[in-house]
Structure formats: C-alpha cells, structure tokens
Design a protein around this ligand. Structure first.
Ligand code: PMP
Length: 444
C-alpha cells in the first residue's frame, strides 16, 4: 500500500532517480528521452549546472522571507529581466508558484482594474472552447476543456466561449488564411455585442494552444484582429503563455510572433524549467497604474509569492537561454523536428496533421485523413501511446479531447531546447515505433 496520491489513484509509474541533459533515468536504470519536457516544462534539460548552482547559493543566502516584510534580490532582478524582454508598456511582474495561480491572479487583476477605474459592471470573461488555463476554480471556469470541468460545474463561474483558431479543421477551401483569421476573430465581436460590452472584462487565450490541441498556433492576422476588437470595446486581452512562453516557440514571448501587445500575460512552466515551481503575471502599466493610483494594492496574494529560491532558479534559467542563444536553437531544431515528423508520420493512415512553432509541436491523430474524423475515444490512444512510448524509452504527451475537450487525440512534443540532431532522430523514430505499435490495437 502506498501513501502518495497521484493524479491516477492506481498509477503504476516508474520511479525517477536522475537526469542528464535530455534524458531521465528510473531506479531500474532505464533511460527515457524527454520528448515533451514533462508538460513543456524542462526547457534546459535535467541537470543544468548553472541553475543548480543558483539554487544552492540562494538557499545558503536566504531561502525564504515573506513578501509582506521584505523584497528580495532574485525577484527584483527577475522582474527587471522579464520586463526588459517584454514590450515597453509591460513593466510590472507579479510572481506566484505556478500556472493556475498565475491565471487566477490575472483574472482577479482584470476585475480589480475595472473596479478601480469605475466600471464595476464589467464582470464577464470570454475565452475559447479549445483551451486549458489551469485546474483551480477560476482558471477551470475560463478553460474550454469540458471533460475537466464536468464534475465541478456547480462550483464554476459562467464563462462564455468562442471558437478556437483551428485552421486544420475549420478553414474553408475557398477562404484565404487572412479571411479565415478574421472570420474566427470576429466571433469575439459578436459575442461582446451579445453580452453587452459594458459587462465584458477580458478575453483570455493561449497564443499557441497547448494541452487541448498539442501545439496549435493561430493563423496570421488572428490576434491582430482580436487586439483591435478588445480595444474597441474596452475589453482586456489576457494571453496565457504558461505553456508556450519563455522561448518555447522561438521568441521569448509567443505573442511577439503575432505582432501584438497584451494587457496581461501569464507565464509558468518553462520559467523555472522544472528546477523550482514558479509562475508570474506580466502586467501592463495601465493595469498597474490603476491600482497604484487607486486603492494602492492588489487585493490578492499567496504565502510563497516571489519566493527567493524559485526566482533565483528562474533568473539563472533565463540568463542561460540568453547567453547560450537558445532561442536560435529552438527555431532551428524546431524546424528540423517538424520536418522530420512530417516525413516520418504523415504517411501513416492515422496521422492527420503535424503543426506548431519552434520546439512546441502537435501531432493530431485521426480515424480518417480525408474526412478528418477523430479517433474514437474508445481507442484510448492517449493512454496506449503514452504507455508504449515509455516502454520504448520516450516521454511524449498524448492527450484526448482535441476537439471541444471531448473528441479526438493529439500528441504534444516539447523537448528541451538543448536537444541535438541525433536526439531529434531518436525522438522521431521512437515516436513512430510507438504509434505503429499502438495503432495495431485500434486499426484491427
Ligand atoms: N495555462 C496553461 C496554458 C497551461 O498549459 C497550464 C498547465 N498545463 C496551466 C495554465 C496551469 O498551470 P499549472 O499546472 O502550473 O497550474
């Protein structure tokens, strides 16, 4: 009998014992290539000397001092670095311990902002059906994954959802990319008008959808149109970069590639690269100033916010990304990985699409490529592919619920930025082998 309660009550998982670069080892000595960074977390691999050193030094200097009493050097330096890397009007950073806390904080900031500026009737969020924003009650309410919400619906705030930007499934043959982008983005305007702009606080979206779509970038022009609509109706734009931020897509913030500036950005996962739990909200001056010049505080807070060790670890992580030019590596290795995956997997009958940006790539599985019919839930492809990949020494992140959080399957790949060419080949061949083995079950 065990005492540790994992997400699956009866999970029989290998016990991890050590890591080296892009590899993890279990207590039996078996080696696993980390093809997904856990859930797009381990950007620097598993044994980065500079990050480990920064953590040890911070523990020795001062591991914790409550933010109600002290500020600390690593959080100040990290906030400066994160805002230096952001556009001019994103000058403030609020540190928490993970992605859901970051999203909760951003949602509450949006609400407090409108109270501060005298628009207290703005109380509603709009988000997208194809989305995951975390498992705490506010973040879960905003997310569009129906399966995750089912049991908790009585506890969740009402949130309106619009279509995702999902060209593979929704772009019409007669439509240009830009026309498609505008058609789906314009759903936001219709929704705002239906709800009454005076009631709507913010639109929440992932620039590149992660957990619910296995890396799904928006088409060109989509977010520009979204930004215009938000501005027109005084609706804040909250971008959730918990998964796709911190270099994962090839730019430090994913939204840089959409050529827009959000009002609030949430980051986590890759921020600490798994060495420490940390998340943050990057906050625009408009929102910060409304609070600073109004009530003078943000009515929120957590015990471990701006934790010195977590911030020291994130600071070392980002300095490494910059000093080792890892963003360039993400772009070049990402292009190679996407090309290799397309060559190896698209010929398979049940691989419908390979897409993504940088080292954030999704593989969508289908029952029929022509009609794009999703794989039936009964195949349990997510579980089977994961198990077989682990048997074959590969961590990948297959998920069910590609379409509206219910139907369909995809595999998310998000290897560490330091992955080399040989390891890319290993990833592709182990994934292909696992998929072929898995498909023996569902194509029978
Ligand atoms: N937002 C997004 C986009 C995510 O992918 C996740 C985690 N998968 C979260 C929020 C929640 O983060 P956490 O699990 O750290 O609470």
């Amino acid at each position: 009998m065990t005492h540790l309660f994992h997400r699956h009550c009866h999970a029989e998982l290998p016990t991890v014992s050590s890591g080296d670069g892009v590899y993890l080892f279990d207590t039996e000595g078996k080696k696993y290539l980390d093809g997904c960074g856990g859930a797009a977390v381990s950007n620097l691999g598993h044994s980065h000397a500079a990050v480990k050193k920064a953590i040890i030094e911070q523990v020795e200097a001062i591991p914790f001092a409550h933010t109600g009493f002290f500020t600390n050097q690593p959080s100040e330096a990290l906030a400066t670095l994160l805002t230096d890397l952001a556009p001019d009007n994103l000058d403030h950073v609020y540190f928490v311990s993970g992605g859901s806390e970051a999203v909760e904080s951003a949602l509450k900031m949006a609400r407090q902002y409108f109270v501060e500026i005298g628009k207290p009737n703005k109380t509603q969020f709009i988000a997208r059906r194809q989305s995951y924003h975390g498992n705490t009650l506010g973040a879960l309410a905003v997310g569009g994954n129906e399966w995750r919400k089912e049991n908790f619906r009585p506890l969740l705030a009402e949130v309106e959802h619009i279509s995702p930007c999902y060209a593979y499934r929704d772009q019409r043959e007669s439509e240009t990319e830009l026309a498609y982008s505008h058609r789906v983005a314009d759903e936001l305007e219709s929704k705002i008008l239906a709800m009454g702009a005076e009631n709507v606080m913010a639109f929440v979206a992932e620039p590149v959808v992660g957990a619910t779509a296995g890396a799904l970038p928006a088409t060109t022009g989509y977010f520009k149109r979204i930004r215009e609509i938000c501005d027109k109706y005084d609706v804040l734009l909250i971008l959730d970069e918990v998964m796709c931020g911190i270099g994962r897509t090839g730019t430090f913030y994913a939204f840089e590639q959409d050529d827009i500036v959000p009002d609030l950005v949430t980051i986590a996962k890759g921020l600490g690269a798994g060495y420490q739990p940390i998340g943050a909200v990057v906050v625009s001056n408009k929102i910060y100033d409304a609070m600073a010049n109004g009530s003078g505080f943000f009515q929120h807070g957590h015990t471990f916010m701006a934790h010195p060790v977590a911030c020291a670890s994130a600071l070392a992580t980002i300095k490494t990304i910059l000093s080792e030019n890892l963003l360039e590596k993400v772009v070049s290795q990402g292009e190679k990985l996407q090309r290799k995956l397309k060559e190896a997997l698209l010929p398979l009958d049940y691989v419908g699409d390979v897409r993504g940006r940088g080292l954030f790539i999704g593989v969508e599985l289908v029952a029929d490529k022509l009609t794009k019919t999703p794989l039936p839930a009964a195949t349990e492809a997510n579980k089977v592919v994961k198990q077989l990949a682990m048997k074959n020494g590969l961590m990948c992140y297959p998920m069910a619920g590609t379409i509206n959080g219910r139907e369909g399957h995809h595999i998310l790949l998000a290897p560490p930025f330091i992955i080399n060419d040989e390891q890319l080949d290993e990833l592709v061949s182990k994934l292909k082998m696992s998929l072929i083995e898995a498909a023996n079950g569902w194509t029978k």
